[in-house]
Write a protein that binds this ligand. Structure first.
Ligand code: UD1
Length: 434
């Protein structure tokens, strides 16, 4: 459907610490909102239109999962798809897609709730730590499912073809698990109470969408959700409009602060990014925050001050912006302490920044200290996950001389046509096809 090459590379000419990029950059719809809403189609008797969908690699994975479930995804125009669930029939989640995209596990909730049976492989995705699925298995058991595990697949069954409402407390407020059990609860028998849920804006947006189409979910934006189970949902002619990607917004903000003289980030929702905006402002970045835009103004060049980051569930500092922000802190004056609390593999890229010349001391797999500012130098890099891939793009732009980033596949998973959008604001970035 969309053609992305695993072997593509970016060649980036560094700005050598000059802040010369300029113009406007538009934020796309949130990848992490599209995935659960598309998965929610399994709960529908008809189908629905979804707008403002970014043209990213993960759409291929969704298409594979949809094909396996006999759901049709038709592109109607740029960023607009119609998901037709009238012929849905399978209970198995595509193996290849699951291996490449962890979030495919979101389908487990609605598929099990709808068919009373489910087969899925252990999910893969970005290499950012162990990423277990215990919360999913424990939750489904509480809702009355039995689980069998063999041939590297999980086989789940319910008694009368129905999940039962349950009281589930999440030991960890997982985003995907919260979304999965919201959807499971919508078709379960009776009431489901979810406690210690994640509160990311994408979850709120999913709940609003489901409620618009007949679901009964209370507690939006709070740590406890109450779901009254019922029948299949119906969209009729309702359309889901994807919320702006807060992680893309944050990535562009950091890029702007380090590399632009002036940058206007448009079509975003600054309310979803308060902690990042506050941190950058405190550090000395001149930001003008509007209702749906943020302007970075770097006309009066000055040094930024170092600060500490501790990643946390929303509304705390997003783990996805930890690596781009660490690049920022290599350019800030003073010492910063970075504590990655969510994933243990999300600091693996530090050795690459050190090889570029950054002064970073790694204490353990969760904690580093950065001393800045240091002039970093271009080199060969390999994107290990979506956000770090983009952090490397920022580092390459800040650096002196040229960098090559391989494994661009990961960047394509989260950022639509990024080389084109960055070229439009003055970056020298080219895609080299192998
Ligand atoms: C989602 C986001 C991802 C973001 C992450 C944390 C999507 C598609 N992806 O990923 O961009 O980085 O939230 O904000 O929305 N955990 C368990 N057991 C489980 C499930 C999770 O221990 O069964 C742990 C994880 O290892 C991790 C923590 O819970 O330490 C949070 O992970 P989770 O919120 O589930 O991340 P994802 O939903 O995969």
């Amino acid at each position: 459907m969309i053609s992305f090459n695993m072997k593509d590379k970016f060649i980036i000419e560094g700005l050598g610490n000059k802040r010369t990029l300029s113009g406007k950059i538009r934020v796309n719809g949130a990848k992490n909102a599209v995935l659960p809403v598309m998965a929610s189609s399994v709960l529908f008797k008809d189908g629905f239109r979804i707008k403002n969908v970014p043209f990213i690699e993960d759409l291929n994975r969704l298409d594979e999962i949809f094909k396996g479930l006999k759901i049709e995804m038709n592109k109607e125009s740029e960023g607009e798809y119609f998901i037709d669930t009238k012929k849905i029939e399978s209970k198995e989640i595509d193996e290849e897609a699951s291996k490449r995209m962890r979030a495919s596990i979101i389908f487990s909730g609605p598929v099990l709730a709808r068919f009373g049976e489910l087969v899925f492989p252990h999910p893969g995705g970005c290499v950012i730590g162990a990423r277990p699925i215990d919360l999913f298995l424990e939750g489904f058991e509480k809702m009355g499912a039995t689980i069998d595990h063999h041939d590297e697949k999980y086989f789940l069954k319910t008694e009368n073809g129905k999940l039962k409402g349950a009281n589930i407390f999440f030991k960890i407020p997982s985003v995907t698990a919260t979304e999965t059990f919201i959807m499971a609860g919508v078709l379960a028998e009776g009431k489901t109470i979810l406690k210690n849920v994640a509160m990311e804006p994408e979850i709120g947006s999913l709940i609003e969408w489901l409620n618009t189409c007949g679901a009964k979910i209370k507690g939006i934006g709070t740590p406890t959700l109450e779901i009254e189970g019922g029948g299949l949902l119906e969209a009729k002619d309702k359309v889901y409009e994807t919320i702006p990607d807060r992680l893309e917004t944050g990535s562009f903000l950091i890029l702007g602060a380090l590399c632009a003289s002036d940058l206007e980030i448009t079509h975003c929702n600054p309310n979803h990014l308060e902690i990042v905006i506050e941190a950058l402002k405190d550090s000395g970045v001149d930001l003008e925050v509007g209702k749906d835009y943020i302007k970075v103004n770097n006309k009066n060049l000055k040094n930024y001050k170092a600060f500490n980051i501790k990643t946390h569930e929303y509304p705390g500092f997003p783990t996805d912006l930890q690596s781009p922000m660490t690049v920022f802190l290599t350019q800030a004056q003073g010492e910063s302490f970075i504590f990655e609390t969510i994933f243990e593999g999300r600091l693996n890229y530090i050795s690459d920044l050190v090889k570029m010349g950054a002064n970073i001391k790694m204490w353990d797999s969760h904690r580093v200290t950065v001393k800045g500012p240091t002039q970093i130098k271009g080199r060969e890099l390999e994107g290990p996950d979506i956000r770090t891939g983009f952090a490397f793009v920022i580092a390459a732009l800040v650096a002196e001389k040229e960098s090559t980033i391989s494994n661009v596949y990961y960047i394509d998973r989260g950022y639509e046509k990024i080389e084109k959008r960055l070229s439009n604001i003055g970056a020298e970035i080219k895609r080299k096809k192998e």
